[in-house]
Design a protein around this ligand. Structure first.
Ligand SMILES: Cc1cc2nc3c(=O)[nH]c(=O)nc-3n(C[C@H](O)[C@H](O)[C@H](O)COP(=O)(O)OP(=O)(O)OC[C@H]3O[C@@H](n4cnc5c(N)ncnc54)[C@H](O)[C@@H]3O)c2cc1C
Length: 495
């Protein structure tokens, strides 16, 4: 085994304006300042700085490994490998689900080297952990219904899939209270059509008249409600963090590799191709990704055959590096935690009102979470995750209180905001390979439903990569064709 290791350092010039890179090969021993000084840009104080950083690292390594002499291989044990077959950018629930399924499907144990790169292991801004945790079959597109059915089945048997020997079983804290959609006169016909699509796809949903609704949920004011649909099976909510960690734990146990770093650049080659219409187009092929280490000047290029874009709300940045646009952007959504001692009880479903407001129970003891999407054109600023409390006062609370009179007396106890990975074309997932990027697969743009679909989406992406096509669920409708043709596949009654 070679004892050589490349160290990549970002260097500031004297004026501190321009950032350049330098690559050094370390063999056996640390290089002296002299052996590094091949460039002319570097100033002497840089070497002093570098040498003192090396000393600190040497000390850290010897402290960590008492009794063993320092070796350059331990410069930064967190660096990713220099090569991987598949690099997944983004270690949210979608990224880790894909990693799990790739390892699950590989034909030879250890045959596929899968690296998951996540820039923030605290997940402070990841949509997964900031979501409402809901799963429903009540969609209008068969693709989404089937994704939900398959994912619910996976979650029901989660320990068969994600259980790890000698580790605690996974407990998703799944609450089976279902979703309850309310329809006004205006949209009742859509609800009826959706209902038959859902039933045809195998979902267990029932329609309720306002009288039946009032009998079942006496705490509700049914004014304005003409029809309701209630999920009877496979619907409710669960703990997103547990699902993410379960995928991660299992994938790691199967040999996937994780690295904390940010993919900040892609190296690629371009070749000219002719489209079916005879137009010349550039086809990109990625050769390596640049992984920048956190709080450090170090980075590591990772050569790879395939890149998977599971970077959630910021996934457009990766194709942008190749000059390719992606209609996915962050859109801020607020979740308010409220307390109401006299609010609806244990059988409370995840209620979605036709006014756009939703709420569900959050544990026991009169706690709930609630929210709604803003009007198009009133989208909040996405430069931070601050919560707009006035939005609750003006928009959310009046609608909540009009549907559930007990909510007149609620108190907001806390709130948070998260980013939807919002697909501006049609608010649905984009799954598959871009026709102009030869080796980047996408799994993004799920808007408000990426968490619940992650188990089936991970399997679908692994099929595309390892089998060359979808083999269980045909999700070709969610591919790039509609994006390039600008033919939205819209959900009706979306939340
Ligand atoms: C308020 C709210 C409520 C929601 N409610 C629901 C719900 O009830 N049900 C549901 O199914 N869905 C819901 N969603 C949507 C759901 O959360 C997302 O669709 C889903 O979590 C997307 O998962 P992901 O793994 O793609 O994204 P994320 O969880 O955001 O993970 C992407 C990861 O990529 C990392 N990353 C990005 N760029 C890079 C890079 N260049 N290098 C390295 N790492 C990078 C990020 O740090 C992040 O951790 C909700 C979302 C929000 C905001």
């Amino acid at each position: 085994m070679s004892t050589c290791r490349r160290l990549h350092v970002t260097v500031r010039t004297a004026r501190g304006l321009f950032v350049s890179r330098r690559q050094t090969r370390l063999c056996g021993h640390l290089p002296s300042s002299q052996s590094l000084s091949t460039g002319t840009l570097l100033r002497n104080d840089f070497f002093k700085d570098l040498e003192s950083q090396f000393s600190a690292m040497r000390k850290k390594a010897s402290d960590a490994l008492p009794g063993s002499s320092w070796s350059p291989l331990q410069i930064n044990s967190n660096l990713p490998p220099e090569r991987a077959d598949i690099v997944i950018v983004g270690g949210g629930v979608v990224g880790w689900s894909i990693a799990y399924w790739l390892k699950q499907k590989e034909r030879v144990r250890g045959g596929v080297k899968v690296l998951v790169v996540e820039k923030d292991l605290t997940y402070s801004q990841a949509s997964t952990v900031l979501s409402a945790g809901g799963i429903r079959q009540q969609f209008s597109l068969p693709e989404n219904i089937h994704l939900s059915l398959a994912s619910a089945d996976f979650m029901r048997n989660i320990n068969e899939h994600l259980g790890v020997l000698n580790e605690d079983p996974v407990d998703l804290q799944f609450n089976h209270s279902g979703y309850l959609f309310l329809a006004s006169e205006e949209v009742a016909h859509i609800m009826e059509e959706n209902y038959s699509t859902q039933r045809n796809a195998g979902a267990k949903v029932s329609l309720l008249s306002p009288t039946q609704l009032k009998e079942k949920f006496p705490w509700m004011n049914t004014d304005g409600v003409v029809l309701a649909s209630h999920g009877l099976e496979n619907e409710g909510w669960f703990d997103p963090w547990t699902l993410l960690n379960a995928f991660r734990r299992k994938a790691l146990s199967m040999g996937a590799i994780q690295c904390c770093g940010e993919v900040t650049d892609l190296k690629y080659r371009t070749s000219r191709i002719l489209s079916a219409d005879g137009d010349e187009m550039d086809l990109r092929r990625i050769g390596s990704v640049k992984v920048q280490m956190p709080n450090s000047l170090e980075y590591q290029p990772v050569e790879c055959a395939i890149v998977v874009n599971a970077a959630g709300a910021s996934s457009a940045r990766l194709p942008e590096m190749l000059g390719i646009p992606l209609p996915v952007e962050p859109r801020k959504r607020y979740v308010y935690v409220v307390h109401c001692p006299d609010g609806p009880g244990l059988d409370t479903p995840f209620l979605v009102d036709y006014s756009g407001v939703y709420f569900r129970r959050e544990g026991l003891g009169g706690n709930y979470i609630a929210g709604m999407s803003p009007e198009e054109g009133e989208e909040p600023d996405t430069s931070n995750l601050e919560v707009d409390h006035q939005f609750f006062e003006d928009k959310v609370w009046p609608r909540l209180a009009s549907r559930v009179p007990a909510f007149e007396k609620l108190k907001v106890t806390s709130a948070w905001a998260g980013f939807y990975d919002y697909n501006t074309l049609d608010q649905n997932g984009i799954i598959g390979m871009h026709p102009l990027i030869n080796n980047m697969y996408f799994a993004t743009g799920f808007s408000g439903h990426g968490l619940q679909h992650s188990p089936a989406v991970g399997r679908a992406v692994a099929e595309l990569i390892l089998d060359g096509d979808f083999t269980t669920l045909n999700l070709s409708g969610l591919g790039f064709r509609r994006v390039l043709a600008q033919e939205p596949m819209l959900e009706r009654n979306i939340v």
